[in-house]
Write a protein that binds this ligand. Sequence first.
Ligand code: EPZ
Length: 425
Amino acid sequence: MESFVIEGGARLSGAVGVHGAKNAALPIMAATLLTGGTYVLENVPDLLDIRTMIDILAALGVQVRRQGERLFIDTSTLSSNVVPELLMSQMRSSIFLMGPLVARTGEAVLGYPGGCAIGSRPIDLHIEGLQKLNVNIHEYGGTILCRAPKLKGSTIVLDYPSVGATENIMMAAVLAEGTTRIVNAAREPEIQDLERFLNAMGARVRGAGTHAIVIEGVGALHPVERYRIIPDRIVAGTYLAAAAMTEGDVWIENVIPEHLEAVIDVVHKTGARIDVYADRLHVKGVRPYRAVHKLSTSPHPGFPTDMQPQLVAYLTMAEGTSVVMETVFDGRFRHIPELVKMGANIVVDYHTVVIRGPARLVGARVKATDLRAGASLVMAGLAAEGMTIVDGAHHVDRGYSDLETALCGLGARIERVPMKTLLAQ
Ligand code: EPZ
């Protein structure tokens, strides 16, 4: 177990590059199972969840080799369609294997996925979607058995624009007989990246980024020689909020600005200066910041739930009362008590938080409970007076590659320390 130890007060300055998108790389890695052959994926960040997906592919007989930010994958040696239970339970995105495995082999055996403790994480939309494609699914004793002698296209109306369910259905439908329409599909940029990758494999997908995605099933697909994953919009948004929070002056590079328009808009409205260029952002934090009187998280292109903890930390600096409603997950406020320990004035009322500022944050020992909550606590530590210890660095490592090195490059005083060292002090 490791912790981050942060000496607050440094204003971030300089330039930082954004790594590839975890939530684009994970479904694309699963999609390589759809046909045998060799693939090179570029801009794949080295994160805990990516390592777990590599372990799952290897357990299925797939060969995976990392060379820097590149993954070399050979799925011609696929020899199993049974996902090991222990690996399945380590992250949410293991559920993405269901669609590709059934499409490639006609069968898949999985457990229930794990994932961050941010609320109930049902998979009913995944199950119902694949059943509509003629997959027989039996759930018993924690195991999900999927069988599909032949996948058949269908129209699937999602009750909720679920990112994962949209992706799972897309990956199963590309090899189905006939046409599939996904209505009320998720519109996230990672869905568009998956569409681009599937079409590079010879699939016929269109409409990603809109509420309706149409997939014409094809008889066969082929591997993709080289594919570059999009940059991570949430990592970019986290650096944006951290720079503003510390009244820094930071260039954030390798960004697709339109992927985080809602985040840029909100932080800009508080008074931070943000200049937007083709592939980078320049942020200058100049307090005082204005409160955000009412903001709700919502599916893309709305304000992303994955930026809610970081925004809440940032709004503790704003003058006045901010109200943030979390509409996507029902348990994504576990960072709040930790921020309150540091002196934030935040009250939780069901799915809404009320933040009164500006708060004088003071360093404390706090605990990360999931990757974005952990990122918000690191941000608070950067802005607090004195020393902050954030236990549970492994949660942050699921979504941020080497965060402390990136922040040190911007002048932050942060280091990673084994928990036992801290206990010995
Ligand atoms: C993806 O999770 C992301 N993870 C999450 O990022 C992100 O927070 C989420 O989308 C929303 O944008 C990956 O892409 C690996 P959903 P996913 O299905 O697919 C309900 C991060 O921080 N739902 O869109 O699991 C669900 O309970 C992570 O990087 C059902 O009811 O999200 C939730 O309330 C955290 N039934 C809502 O939909 C289902 O079958 C959104 O979930 C599926 C989902």
